[in-house]
Design a protein around this ligand. Structure first.
Ligand code: MG
Length: 202
């Protein structure tokens, strides 16, 4: 399976990192080995600036290639919340050199996947989600602010990559990204319900 991630998909987040809003979805990937197997996430030894990015996830339920906008909703049944952990200092160096982002984005434990939820239970175009860091809200997003909505993402991604059952799309993070340190606790909610709970360890 693969994890397809979208960058700069909320204007306020693009602005907070001094990036322009893209004209087409910005796509990168994480391998299956990036998936965290526990809710205790070890702080990587190659960064001093590990950032959380809370994102809405789409769980691909049907093989998809060259999907049209109208057909896109038929290729995922479940959504969820996840965290795209980013070594921001490493990413900054990659960006300056024009290098790929894998060292900063695709390392072990960089992908946190919360539980799957039936998409029919939610208004996907007006979905509120938020992240607490040590009980203080640090990110609050709504899918109505997406630059490229879920259907556009499936259409665009499936032009280049066959999506297989089990693949997961990280749809981008809203504003408010920031650093964590060992001992920190992160909790994510969708429509006020808690769906993700993890701790950073040494
Ligand atoms: Mg992200």
């Amino acid at each position: 399976m693969k994890l397809i991630c979208i960058g700069r998909n909320y204007a306020a987040h693009a602005a907070e990192l001094n990036n322009k809003v893209p004209k087409k979805p910005l796509i990168f990937m994480k391998p299956a080995s990036a998936l965290a197997s526990s809710s205790q996430i070890p702080y990587p030894d190659f960064t001093n600036d590990l950032h959380y990015e809370l994102e809405v996830l789409l769980f691909i339920s049907k093989e998809a290639k060259n999907v049209s906008l109208e057909d896109a909703p038929n290729y995922y049944d479940h959504i969820g919340l996840g965290i795209d952990f980013t070594a921001r200092d490493v990413q900054q160096k990659c960006k300056e050199k024009g290098h790929p982002w894998e060292r900063a984005k695709s390392f072990d434990n960089s992908a946190i996947i919360g539980q799957r939820m039936d998409k029919e239970k939610f208004d996907l175009e007006n979905l509120k989600f938020s992240l607490l860091l040590n009980d203080k809200e640090v990110q609050s997003g709504n899918t109505k602010d997406l630059i490229f909505d879920f259907n556009v993402l499936i259409q665009e991604v499936s032009k280049y990559f066959t999506l297989n059952v089990g693949d997961i799309i990280f749809t981008g993070t809203p504003a408010g990204v920031g650093p964590v340190k060992p001992g920190d606790r992160l909790q994510a909610s969708l429509e006020e319900e808690l769906y993700l709970n993890l701790t950073i360890i040494q």
